[in-house]
Ligand binder design. Structure first.
Ligand code: PLP
Length: 407
């Protein structure tokens, strides 16, 4: 008799997006003439930069000719892309990362979900609340948590991100092994300063812990004093793995390309307490279970670093950031406290009422869809998330409609 992995049964059904879809379809049935504006989405809406599509086309043409055809590529990614990443995303900003420390993949979602499998099942995990759900659910599936009680899994150290700490969690006051951090944050849109990040790096060094730093939204950081990479902080190479993605800076959500940085100094320990480098373990895992991102996609990603690619991706991110400013100004004028919207595509709004009540009010009165904060964790209750990934026209009309509805 085949038994299943019992930990899957602990997973909480994700009602968030199905509940949202249900409420939208009810609204549409009752109001067939009203159009709705979706500001709940985390997906981008604008086309790929032309530099990327040109490179994509060219690479596909290469695949059409025997002489330039490519079959399986290196699992870790082609050198041309790894070099471009190391030089532009790190070395140019004074962060020491070499090309062979970069593992190209088909998504930061997969990498942030998969990384935990190279660590022991009794590793104590520290996870922010509210949170991008992948970190938590992948640990539940692995069996690293207890059951779900009172809105939380047992055996998890939750890092509350609330208005009291300006949405940057405090260091835990107990020992932990794996620490998930995400800045600029999804869902709150908050950012972390170098000094705050240094405290986490120092904490990890002192407690022999490892930080898993998700920087999927780093391109939105426009304040030069804020870190875009954890490796801008001294000492981080020994205690941090960083996840990056081409999804949000260059619109690759449907094209799929991302990467993970595992510095050679990064260590964990074996059962005897001897140091073990993480780099060869992740390399082993990657080569065993992954066969590389397609050649045309890697060429398209490489084009992000060309002169025209840099201009076009900046213009893309600027466009969404301008939308975020429109949202931020409008909600502030309406008297709401919010975080994010600067250096981030998300605006996290304290609605002063139940998240779902606020969701229903915005849908029914304004025809605007948001994401209820409660769907991201206990600390998200009372909040909603608005996203800047829509057209400027839609964002502007959504804000006008919300203003009218709240009058
Ligand atoms: N990390 C965070 C914090 C995200 O919000 C997302 C997507 O929304 C991802 C990772 C996923 O990135 P990718 O498209 O590279 O899988």
């Amino acid at each position: 008799m085949l038994t299943i992995n019992k930990h899957y049964l602990k997973l909480q059904a994700s009602y968030l997006f199905s509940d949202i879809a249900k409420r939208i379809s009810n609204f549409q049935e009752q109001n067939p003439d009203k159009d709705i504006i979706r500001l709940g989405i985390g997906d981008v809406t604008r086309a790929l930069p032309q530099a990327c599509t040109d490179a994509f086309h060219k690479a596909i043409d290469e695949m059409a000719i025997d002489a330039s055809f490519r079959g399986y590529g290196p699992e870790q990614g082609y050198d041309f892309l790894r070099q471009a990443i190391a030089e532009n995303d790190f070395q140019a900003r004074g962060a020491e990362v070499s090309a062979d420390e970069i593992f190209v993949s088909d998504g930061a979602k997969c990498d942030t979900g998969n990384i935990q499998e190279i660590f022991s099942l009794d590793a104590k995990i520290a996870i922010p609340d509210p949170v991008y759900p992948v970190y938590l659910d992948s640990n539940v599936m692995a069996g690293r948590t207890g059951s779900f009680k009172d809105d939380r899994y047992q055996n998890v150290v939750y890092l509350d991100s609330t208005k009291d700490n300006n949405y940057v969690p405090k260091l835990p006051n107990e020992a932990v092994d794996l620490i998930y951090l995400c800045f600029p944050n999804n869902p709150t849109g908050s950012t972390i300063t170098k000094e705050q990040l240094k405290q986490w790096v120092d904490f990890a060094r002192e407690s022999k812990a490892l930080i898993l730093f998700d920087a999927a939204y780093e391109a939105f950081v426009r304040d030069d004093s804020l870190p875009r990479s954890i490796y801008e902080v001294e000492g981080a190479r020994e205690v941090a793995i960083e996840f990056r993605s081409f999804s949000k800076n260059a619109g690759f959500t449907g094209t799929r390309c991302a990467y993970t940085v595992v510095p050679k100094e990064c260590m964990a320990f074996d059962e005897q307490g001897s140091k073990q480098a993480i780099h060869p373990l992740w390399n082993r895992r990657h080569c065993t279970k992954f066969n590389g991102v397609s050649y045309p996609v890697q060429r398209a990603a490489e084009a992000v670093y060309s002169a025209s690619g840099k201009n076009q991706t900046k213009e893309l991110v600027d466009y969404y950031l301008n939308n975020a400013t429109v949202v931020k100004k409008a909600v502030t004028a309406l008297g709401f406290n919010s975080v994010g919207g600067e250096n981030s595509p998300y605006i996290w709004i304290d609605g002063g009422r139940d998240s779902w009540d606020f969701f229903d009010m915005l849908l029914n009165e304004a025809g605007v869809v948001c994401t209820p904060g409660a769907g991201f964790g206990k600390c998200g209750q009372g909040y909603i998330r608005l996203s800047a990934f829509n057209s400027l026209d839609n964002v502007t009309s959504a804000m006008e409609r919300i203003k009218t509805a709240l009058k």
